[in-house]
Design a protein around this ligand. Structure first.
Ligand code: PM9
Length: 475
């Protein structure tokens, strides 16, 4: 007797639902209209036109009752707010970094840090720069260099830590350029651009030793530090029984500071910070903060937002929450893999990344297979996703990593927002597109912005080649 296929089950939710938000479903004709108006760029859609929004896991989390209650404790004093004290002590306790500077989101933290440390003609290494980090390095006149291990560029490799830094390349860079040309090194945990892949403590320790031996500081991009810690707990020998916060401290002890968008593992809709051990730098960061963001005890946020961050940072490090959160990502991935749909492996922390190059092998890179797939997923089921490939990174200088960008489509899962049934709908949508993949054509970029082009570029369909007409001598 044939064995029944194993059931793929969503993870059990460690919460129940107290407030709901209605979402609309447009029919296919209206979705088509919306696509044309948006210039085939889903950043231009109204959220009313989207059924399931997997554009980003950033700032899209559902806050908990404790976070909403914390918002009511807002002490909106311009200076010396109690909420700042709670926020600061929470970040200090989690990271051990003594100086904590609030910002309205991650890129503001990057702006402050990189405008002070990166100078024209210098180089900033990272495992892989996220797009905003890269933009701030370039804006400071420096060159972003990606040094992820070669496995990071292989969608099929099951390397457990594809976010790791290639130590031989880091050694070479420090030796050939000299430390004076490298004002700081960064490592992004998890590596968002490369599939949400974690970095191991062993690798971080080796990076820290090298960067410090060169007399340079190491800064982490810690947006998804708790997910990274969860994956370390699962995969890295010696860490299996440890708490997320213990693993976090082991990570942060290796670094001099960090930038954070709290919109990810901080479980809030807005907020971020830059933190450092360097007192002199902290003073300069605060001066810049006052010019660009606000007074150092609010940094461009309402004080109630800081209170929500303080609560969210702790909730985001809860093991049961992370088991469910990463379980959701794996549930969606398992449904897709069962259909034979090519995804980037292993499944990372915050989303499933479709391997668009293998999904649409007949669409050349010059016709943006990732963007074409993003458009089809919306057309099919009103699911909004984002391209992480040659649109987002195709204008990167070749030296920014050596390898061409991966051609991925990210299905980012917002935290605590969608149910197992929503994810099943997404899997059905992707499967329907997969089954008609041979009919899908590429797109061309008809409006090309100078930087961060995926946000505002516009596209047009590449017309399918006209089939040869039957005529004399032809069948
Ligand atoms: N990441 C994301 O969707 C939001 C912007 S693109 C739609 O993944 C890293 C690793 C990020 C990141 C944002 C930022 C910037 C820095 N580093 O968006 O400015 O993934 O808070 O953070 C997005 P902010």
């Amino acid at each position: 007797m044939a064995e029944a296929p194993e059931e793929i089950r969503p993870p059990d939710e460690p919460f129940r639902i107290k407030v709901v938000e209605a979402i609309e479903r447009l029919d296919r004709a209206h979705r088509e209209e919306a696509l044309q108006r948006a210039g085939l760029n889903l950043f231009n859609l109204s959220s009313r036109e989207v059924y399931i929004d997997l554009l980003t896991d950033s700032g899209t989390a559902a806050m908990s009752d404790h976070q909403w209650a914390a918002m009511m404790l807002g002490d909106e004093s311009y200076a010396g707010s109690r909420n700042f004290e709670h926020f600061e002590s929470t970040v200090r306790e989690l990271t051990g970094f003594p100086h904590v500077i609030p910002t309205h989101q991650g890129r503001a933290a990057e702006h402050l840090l990189l405008s002070l440390l990166a100078r024209p003609g210098t180089i900033v290494p990272n495992n892989m720069h996220f797009d905003t980090t890269r933009a701030h390095v370039l804006r400071a006149g420096a060159r972003p260099v990606n040094l992820a291990v070669p496995e990071a560029y292989d969608p099929d490799s099951d390397h457990p830590f594809k976010g790791n830094v290639d130590l031989a390349r880091l050694d070479r860079l420090l030796r050939e350029q000299g430390p004076e040309k490298v004002p700081l090194a960064m490592v992004t945990i998890t590596n968002n651009t490369g599939g949400g892949q974690p970095v191991s403590i062993e690798n971080l320790r080796a990076v820290s030793e090298r960067v410090h031996a060169a007399g340079r500081p190491l800064y982490l991009d810690m947006c998804r530090w708790a997910e990274n810690a969860y994956l370390i707990r699962e995969r890295e020998p010696g860490w299996s029984g440890r708490s997320i916060r213990e693993i976090g401290r082991a990570i942060f002890d290796l670094a001099d500071g960090a930038t954070m968008s709290a919109k990810k593992d901080g479980l809030v809709n807005i907020g971020g910070f830059v933190a450092t051990r360097d007192e002199a730098l902290a003073g300069r960061l605060k001066e810049e903060l006052i010019v660009y963001e606000g007074f150092p005890t609010y940094g461009g946020l309402a004080r109630r937002d800081l209170e929500a961050v303080a609560v969210g940072l702790r909730e985001g490090a809860d093991l049961e929450f992370l088991r469910y959160r990463i379980g959701q990502v794996r549930y969606l991935a398992d449904l897709l893999v069962r259909e034979g749909i090519p995804i980037f492996r292993p499944v990372g922390g915050h989303g499933v990344y479709l391997d668009a190059a293998r999904f649409l092998p007949h669409v050349p890179v010059s016709e943006y297979p990732g963007q074409s797939l993003v458009v089809e997923l919306y057309r099919e089921g009103g699911v909004r996703t984002v391209e992480v490939g040659s649109v987002m990174f195709g204008d990167a200088e070749p030296e920014a990593g050596g390898a061409p960008p991966l051609e991925l489509v990210r299905l980012a899962i917002p935290r605590r927002v969608y149910t197992g049934a929503h994810l099943r709908y997404v899997a059905d949508t992707v499967t329907a597109v997969w089954r008609r993949r041979s009919e899908i054509h590429g797109v061309r970029m008809v409006q090309v912005p100078p930087r961060l082009r995926h946000f505002t570029a516009r596209f047009a369909p590449v017309e399918p080649p006209i089939p040869a007409r039957a005529g004399p001598g032809r069948p």
